[in-house]
Write a protein that binds this ligand. Structure first.
Ligand SMILES: C[S@@+](CC[C@H](N)C(=O)[O-])C[C@H]1O[C@@H](n2cnc3c(N)ncnc32)[C@H](O)[C@@H]1O
Length: 241
């Protein structure tokens, strides 16, 4: 069950300094943080193009935090309606303030009625959320998101890769990761399979840090190597037979 609005959550206390803590723990500047946020959206956009899938019309950003992905989703998928949801009410307030100039972008607490009903999404993103949720809740989260996806809709999960020592160091340095439990890519894969998703694929990402972004074009040839700083697990919601 989603937490109710009044219940304080771990990220309420981090929302106002969320990006500052990220810059400190990675030893990079604000531009680099923006690069990492956009990287994931660019990855999704390219992946959909390569697979000749239609551009999404309704996008769910599950565990959206302070809304860092929304400006990039808005730019890479112009015209799409974007809904961000999170269990942290304070993060949602920050997301609304940060994205107030963006059309077709809205944010809701996970317990809000606004999120409970309504149309289905054709793309969902869960970025760096699962390692903050108790492992026993993961399959419930994936099932919830699946229930909000249209048949044939796509789910992309981005997670820190625990096999990369630099990732582990950055995670360890960041105060909001104190309770984080990193997941291996194959665990993300099992979640998809267990929830009845199809076309499950793992791609390792972020082989080059932001300062070496000019090498980014090589990354598409490296997705099979388990050394990227992050990985993307994607799957498709089944279509009726
Ligand atoms: C590290 S932040 C990531 C925020 C954003 N997705 C991003 O990539 O910048 C993790 C977010 O997941 C949210 N979160 C944790 N457990 C959640 C759950 N069970 N359902 C929804 N959101 C959750 C937290 O409140 C927090 O905002």
């Amino acid at each position: 069950m989603p937490q109710c609005k009044e219940e304080p959550t771990e990220f309420d206390g981090y929302a106002s300094r969320y990006n500052d803590l990220r810059t400190c723990s990675t030893g990079s500047g604000r531009n680099a943080i923006t690069y990492y946020d956009e990287y994931k959206v660019r990855h999704i956009s390219r992946d959909l193009r390569v697979r000749a899938r239609a551009s999404p019309v309704r996008i769910l950003d599950y565990g959206c935090g302070i809304g860092n992905s929304a400006p990039h989703l808005s730019r890479h998928f112009p015209g799409a309606l974007i809904v961000g949801v999170d269990v942290s009410s304070t993060s949602i307030e920050h997301a609304r303030a940060q994205c107030r100039c963006l059309d077709r972008v809205s944010f809701a607490h996970l317990g809000d009625r606004a999120f409970a009903g309504g149309e289905l999404f054709d793309l969902a993103l869960i970025s760096n959320v699962l390692h903050h949720a108790a492992p026993s809740t993961h399959s419930g989260i994936i099932s919830l998101v699946k229930s909000r996806l249209a048949p044939g809709g796509h789910l992309y999960i981005f997670e820190h890769n625990p096999l990369n020592p630099l990732t582990r160091l950055a995670v360890h340095r960041c105060p909001f990761n104190a309770n984080a439990i990193l997941l291996l890519a194959r665990q993300a894969c099992s979640l998809f399979v267990g929830s009845g998703f199809e076309e499950v694929v793992i791609q390792y990402t972020l082989f080059a840090p932001a300062c070496l972004r000019f090498l980014g074009f090589i990354e598409r040839y490296l997705h099979g190597l388990p050394f990227g700083a992050q990985y993307c697990a994607r799957a498709t919601a089944p279509r009726p037979a």
